[in-house]
Design a protein around this ligand. Structure first.
Ligand SMILES: [Zn+2]
Length: 393
């Protein structure tokens, strides 16, 4: 049924074209019985027979090219990539194809290859398009997608620069991430100087980029300068508090290196700024060790009064179980349920496509956007539960 609906516009357009061309020319491929037979096969859900008919059409003109392109796109959208490849390959092989349509068909074939995971073939098609100045921007974008998937960051940078030259528009944050990826590669290889150079480039591309500053703080810490690292972290917290969960381990390490005996006050200051679950857990831990388990429980009760946060409930139950409380059996049962629920929850989520993750990805693995994944926040409890219950009922 879906195919039928999708094809109706094509069929209608063909009909219109047939009518229009009838007035102009005596004969076109789409008014031939062969073309109609192809359409019939499609409408009867016999796509392979339809493809065979279309591929055997001796003549291809603008109208039939459009139909072929629409068909190929339709097959690809339905995940029938082999059929899409057949249609597009047939188009590309036609010597009668004009320049513009050849570019379109080559690009579409490249997208088919990408979907089929044949990156090498897609890459050479996109390179050919760039060279022949056909569909250049889309081909460069396609190449960037391939290099990103293959983690070829230098080639990502080169291609992004070519695209920038063509569009006269800066890519900013995206290129900064390529430099950050290269900096991380250099750090893994022990090449600190080169890493620093990439960081400077990243900061030049995207001045307020969180990732480059985080990397810099990590490098300062590794180089034995926890003071500078702590300062960088503090600035980052002020600027982008949503990234606190990923900064927290580094910040705590700075304080440890600096010999801070008490971190409760520091954590409270951060908590006031951005009360996220990971920070709540660290603060609770600090209150327990620097003051008492009772004070930690009190803190949690306060925290939970405004937030539907299972991590807080879990910690509270753990504290109750480790202390001299009654009803340990009930607490244990509650803890099991809460822990189970908590394990199902994502810690991070893409704000664009909703992809859920247990760790931070700078590029969303699903929609491939950069900087779109953020730490999840617990829902605020704005009304007394009893009122909410009544509304649901
Ligand atoms: Zn996404």
């Amino acid at each position: 049924m879906e195919l039928l609906f999708l094809l109706l516009p094509i069929a209608a357009a063909s009909g219109w074209l047939i009518g229009r061309k009838e007035r102009r020319r005596p004969s076109t491929p789409e008014r031939t019985p062969t073309f109609s037979r192809g359409l019939n096969y499609l409408l009867n859900e016999q796509p392979d027979k339809a493809i065979d008919v279309f591929l055997k059409l001796s003549e291809i003109d603008t109208a039939t090219v459009e139909t072929h392109l629409a068909l190929g796109a339709l097959f690809r959208r339905r995940g029938e990539v082999e059929r899409a490849i057949r249609v597009h390959q047939n188009l590309v092989a036609r010597s009668s194809l004009d320049h513009a349509h050849l570019g379109l068909a080559l690009y579409e074939l490249g997208r088919d290859y990408m979907l089929a995971g044949l990156f090498d073939r897609a890459e050479s098609l996109f390179e050919e398009l760039v060279e022949r100045q056909l569909q250049q921007k889309r081909a460069l974008r396609g190449l960037i997608e391939i290099y990103q998937a293959e983690k070829e960051w230098t080639r990502c940078l080169e291609t992004a620069k070519a695209l920038q030259r063509l569009t006269q528009r800066p890519l900013g944050p995206e290129t900064a991430h390529y430099h950050c990826e290269l900096a991380e590669q250099c750090l893994r290889a022990g090449n600190v100087e080169q890493a620093r150079s990439h960081l400077l480039d990243a900061q030049a591309e995207d001045e307020g980029g969180v990732r480059a500053s985080l990397l810099q703080a990590r490098m300062e810490l590794a180089a034995g300068d926890p003071g500078t690292a702590a300062l960088l972290y503090r600035r980052l917290v002020q600027r982008s508090p949503g990234y606190l969960p990923v900064m927290l381990p580094g910040l705590l390490e700075c304080w440890r290196e600096l010999g801070r005996e008490s971190v409760t006050a520091e954590l409270w200051a951060l908590f006031d700024l951005h009360p996220s679950p990971p920070l709540m857990l660290r603060l609770c831990e600090a209150i327990e060790s620097e003051r008492s388990a009772g004070a930690a429980r009190q803190f949690l009760v306060q925290y939970l009064s405004g937030r539907a946060d299972l991590a807080g409930v879990q910690r509270l139950l753990e504290l109750r179980l480790s202390g001299p409380s009654s009803g340990a059996e009930e607490d244990r049962a509650l803890l099991d349920v809460v822990s189970h629920q908590l394990a199902q929850q994502p810690e991070y989520q893409c704000g664009h496509c909703g992809f859920e993750a247990r760790e931070l990805h700078w590029q969303c693995p699903s929609c491939k956007r950069w900087d779109s994944i953020k730490a999840c926040e617990p829902d605020p409890i704005t009304e007394p539960p009893i009122l909410r219950q009544r509304k649901i009922a």
